[in-house]
Each structure stands twice: as structure tokens, then as C-alpha cells.
Design a binder for this molecule. Structure first.
Ligand SMILES: [Mg+2]
Length: 268
């Protein structure tokens, strides 16, 4: 039975994609490289974001990138809003006595402001923010809160979230309300994929809060994913890259087709 839920923040509880895309393109402009279309950004952005910037702006120190990004983000984050179904899902957790956590890369200043705006503070027991690599924190989060991995579900919108869930030995649910496409998320092999938190709520209600798929039970909860209209026809399910038990961090993500401008050469 699921008694604890760890939420990613961006793309899972709030929609900050337009603001993050705009702030990222501001960084690219400042760094003197071509900006990305929204589709390119969604295809290319990954966590930990240090890897993303290493690919595109290896010539710029991280402190400078951070300054550009957060400066712009403060100007545009008024567009950040709660995602549909998020509030109802958090209320559902409260009604069921489910403990709630946030595990996110989001800057604590942005998180505090957004959390106040959307009014989720009362629904979240303990946030862990400014976590650049969630795989390095998941075990601490479980230990510090005495959470049983088998009773814990991690919900996120990116491959890194699913990899983190696997790394921590907890259940994983991918939502299609954020950054990564269904194809990307499938490649990370979550236990279940849903379009949004409303669908997950219905799934949990139907299964008496059991996400048996999460622990490899025979009674696997089927993925109820449907292809979003904006995506092309379903591709064959890719071979999984699930982290083997006991493995350290999985290898770097595979190279993608050269659909975006190549970053400039590294400075000597
Ligand atoms: Mg996210």
C-alpha cells in the first residue's frame, strides 16, 4: 500500500515550462549560441541540468549560467501555475493520510514563491529542493523520514525522476504534464505512466492504494498511457535502461539525432 508520495515539482505539480524555456533561451543568448524551439528544448533538456549546460555552454562557468538563468526566471515566473488535478491529488493524499514530499531541483527562492502562489504549502509535509542530482538524495530522504521503500511512490515528469525512483527502490509513476515526451519516459521504464495526476488518483482508488506494479508484483497495474495528440504515432517500446539492482548511476543518456544547433566549440 502506498503510504508516502514523493513529488517532483516542475511539470508534476506546477507548470513552469514556458518560464524555464524562456529563461534557458536567455542564457543561450547571453552565451552567444542559438536558442531552442520549445520542441527542441523538451527533447534536449535533461537532469541533472549540469549535463545539459555542459553540452551546450561548456565555455561558460556554472555560476554565470545560474546568474543569467535565475535573473531572467524571476522576471517570467509569474506565468507559473498549478497543473490541472494537482490540488485535488494533494487533497486526496491528505484525506488518505499519505505523507507527502517534494524532491526537486528548483531553486528554494522560486519554490517558496511558487508554492505560496499555488497554495500547496499546507499539503506538502517536507520539501527537498535545490537537489541537482536526485539520485544522490533519495536514500537520505527515505532514511530521514523512516519511509519504507515498498510503501513509497515517486511521481515525476522526467527520465531522471524515474531513474531516481529505481535508484531508491521505490515505485515510480511518470506523468505527461511536463517536460519529457512519452517516448522518453517509456525508455526510463516507470512502473506506470499516466497523463495527469487525476488519472493516477483514479488508478490508486481502483486499486485500494496498491501500486503493485511498483514492486514487481505479478498483479501489475497496466500503464494507462494514451498518446498525446501533439506527439507522432507510437514508436515501438524501446529497450529499457533501468538501473540494475545495486548499480551506481546509469550511464549518460544516449545521443539524440542532430535536430538542434550544435553548441559552439569549447574555448581553448
Ligand atoms: Mg519535473
Amino acid at each position: 500500500m502506498i503510504r508516502n508520495i514523493i513529488f517532483d515539482w516542475s511539470g508534476t505539480l506546477v507548470d513552469d515550462l514556458p518560464a524555464v524555456w524562456e529563461a534557458t533561451n536567455h542564457v543561450f543568448s547571453q552565451a552567444g549560441i542559438p536558442t531552442l524551439t520549445l520542441d527542441q528544448f523538451r527533447a534536449e533538456f535533461c537532469l541533472p541540468f549540469t549535463g545539459f549546460y555542459q553540452r551546450y555552454t561548456p565555455h561558460v562557468p556554472m555560476a554565470q549560467l545560474e546568474e543569467w538563468f535565475h535573473g531572467k526566471f524571476r522576471q517570467v515566473q509569474h506565468s507559473v501555475e498549478a497543473l490541472p488535478h494537482a490540488r485535488e491529488f494533494l487533497q486526496f493524499c491528505r484525506e488518505r493520510g499519505v505523507k507527502t514530499f517534494v524532491l526537486s531541483t528548483v531553486h528554494r527562492e522560486h519554490f517558496a514563491l511558487q508554492n505560496r502562489k499555488v497554495g500547496f504549502e499546507a499539503f506538502l509535509d517536507r520539501p527537498y529542493v535545490e537537489i541537482w542530482d536526485k539520485r544522490k538524495k533519495i536514500h537520505d530522504l527515505l532514511a530521514e523520514n523512516a519511509l519504507v521503500a515498498e510503501e513509497t511512490l515517486f511521481i515525476g515528469d522526467m527520465e531522471h525522476d524515474i531513474e531516481t525512483a529505481h535508484h531508491g527502490g521505490v515505485g515510480s509513476c511518470a506523468v505527461l504534464t511536463g517536460y519529457n515526451s512519452v517516448q522518453q519516459l517509456r525508455s526510463a521504464r516507470p512502473d506506470v505512466i499516466v497523463e495527469h495526476l487525476g488519472e493516477l488518483r483514479a488508478l490508486l482508488e481502483r486499486n485500494a492504494m496498491e501500486l503493485s506494479a511498483a514492486r514487481g508484483s505479478a498483479a501489475r497495474v497496466p500503464s494507462t498511457v494514451r498518446e498525446p495528440a501533439r506527439l507522432p504515432a507510437t514508436a515501438p517500446r524501446p529497450r529499457g535502461r533501468r538501473t540494475p539492482p545495486g548499480a551506481r548511476f546509469p550511464s549518460a543518456r544516449p545521443a539524440r539525432p542532430a535536430a538542434v544547433p550544435a553548441p559552439r566549440a569549447r574555448r581553448p
